[in-house]
Design a protein around this ligand. Structure first.
Ligand code: GLA
Length: 476
């Protein structure tokens, strides 16, 4: 377990910038670690927003476009911490990669409302919320599937006005999102532009407007929209064909008085990274489905080079959800088949890639190792860096790779990866990063400064493992 225990002194974590559209409900929770109780303050909060000083939850709405710089402060019996939060009122959402949980990699077709409530409650109980984890997302199987023999999936597909219904496992979607929002978290769900989802449930084909309205009425903040059966009902080729269903739903979502992050899932067809932003996508899957094997995770993660050209705040490449903790695509679960070093590689690489971070495990079975892995604030900061630049590969030689991500403060996060079968040294020269030594080096997993290095850095890296460092030019 590499992440040091959080200090009892107050520390502010999570996103430093948040986007909201004019007039939409605003919800942001100041994430902070430290001994409880903590008191929250915000200086310069624009009119229209209010802060609950006991929970750090900011709510309200803002009419005028523009940018506000708010100084947030958290205080406990051991001290105080402050930092700026930028609130940008405009058209863009997801100014940092969405962080949260999704039901698929654990519960898949077995998901129930209880699983989702439990996940939300676990964000609070396990302290994930204090590290910036925000979205609680239901994947496939919240809607009816009348062809299935399971009666808990049966029910009318749509109401008389044509809006999609949930299945009996999700008796009250509004009550569910109210619960999630009450915890200062956000809620997500899933549909398909085809008549059926990948799992064969009812989806949004020819009901895009009604469904977008319903998702907004129910209070959802995130939609994953999965191609699946669309190709069965609409045939075509070329970019216009691939864009069409996403462009349509993107417009329907933007017409709602609620901000709904739009997550495209079509496995990278027609180089979606080149146009996902044009249809209003906030993130887009670049690959097929991940599983919890080294071959799958590394096969996806290390083939993302080149996509960095298309990532920026509000527009993220998505190499799929995390496969750490208890996963299994439901109902039977097992601890991830990735070794601890492979899991450090997974989280380090997804952080460098500025990927959405969606935990895929059963949060009621969160073991100490997985929690430690998911709550390293210095690693999360790499993912959430406001500059929003995705790492690029500096080099690949035999079975070592080095990737670097420029950060807002001028420093770089650098991953030294060993994808080989034996421990070996991995090195980086500062000139390969276009930086001049000597540089300050910090080991992010261990949260420890190393000695300043004049020309470069070399570490012995275990099989399938990583050393993740931050390098910073020193004050003259
Ligand atoms: C596809 C997606 C997965 C998941 C399932 C649900 O396979 O890629 O992430 O959403 O559909 O059926």
């Amino acid at each position: 377990m590499l992440t040091p225990k959080p200090s009892p002194k107050p520390r502010i974590n999570g996103a430093k910038v948040v986007g909201v559209r004019p007039g939409s409900p605003f919800l942001f929770t100041i994430a902070a670690t430290g001994k409880r109780p903590i008191a929250y303050q915000a200086e310069g909060l624009p009119e229209g927003l209010r802060l609950d000083p006991a929970t750090g939850i900011i709510t309200g709405s803002l009419d005028a476009r523009g940018e506000y710089r708010v100084k947030v402060t958290v205080t406990n019996s051991l001290g105080t911490a402050s930092r700026d939060l930028r609130i940008v009122v405009g058209d863009r959402l997801a100014l940092t990669p969405p962080m949260g949980w999704n039901s698929w990699n654990c519960f898949a077709s077995a998901v129930t409302e209880k699983n989702v409530r439990d996940a939300a409650d676990a964000f609070v109980k396990a302290g994930l919320r204090d590290h910036g984890w925000t979205y609680v997302n239901i994947d496939d199987f919240w809607m009816p599937k009348n062809e299935d023999k399971d009666p808990t999936l049966h029910g009318p597909d749509r109401d008389p006005s044509g809006k999609i219904n949930s299945n009996p496992r999700f008796p009250d979607m509004k009550a569910l999102t109210d619960h999630i929002h009450g915890l200062g978290l956000k809620a997500g769900l899933y549909s398909s532009p085809g008549p059926k989802t990948c799992g064969g449930c009812v989806a949004s084909y020819k009901h895009e407007r009604e469904d977008a309205e319903r998702f907004a009425e129910w209070g959802f903040d995130y939609l994953k929209y999965d191609w699946c059966s669309y190709g069965d009902v609409e045939k075509g080729t070329g970019r216009a064909y691939y864009k069409k269903p996403y462009d349509l739903m993107g417009r329907m979502l933007r017409a709602q008085n609620r901000d709904i992050v739009f997550s495209l899932c079509q496995y990278g067809m027609d180089n979606v990274w080149e146009w996902g932003g044009e249809v209003g996508g906030n993130c887009w899957r670049t690959t097929g489905d991940i599983t919890d094997s080294w071959g799958s995770m590394a096969g996806i993660g290390f083939t993302q080079a080149g996509h960095e050209l298309y990532a920026k705040p509000g527009r993220w490449n998505d190499p799929d959800m995390l496969v750490v903790g208890w996963v299994g695509w439901g109902p039977a679960l097992h601890p991830t088949h990735l070794t601890p070093n492979e899991q450090y590689t997974h989280i380090s690489l997804w952080s460098l890639l500025a990927s959405p971070l969606l935990i895929g495990c059963d949060l009621t079975k969160l073991d100490e190792f997985t929690l430690n892995l998911l709550t390293n604030d210095e690693v999360i900061e790499v993912n959430q860096d406001p500059l929003g630049v995705q790492a690029h590969r500096i080099y690949k030689r035999d079975d070592v790779e080095v990737w670097a991500k420029p950060l807002e403060d001028g420093s770089r996060a650098v991953g030294l990866f060993n994808v080989g079968e034996d421990e070996q040294p991995v090195s980086i020269r500062w000139r390969e990063l276009e930086m001049n030594g000597p540089l300050q080096v910090r080991d992010l997993w261990r949260q420890k400064d190393l000695e300043a290095q004049s020309d470069g850095y070399s570490a012995s890296v275990p099989r399938h493992g990583v050393v993740l460092i931050k390098v910073t030019e020193m004050d003259p």
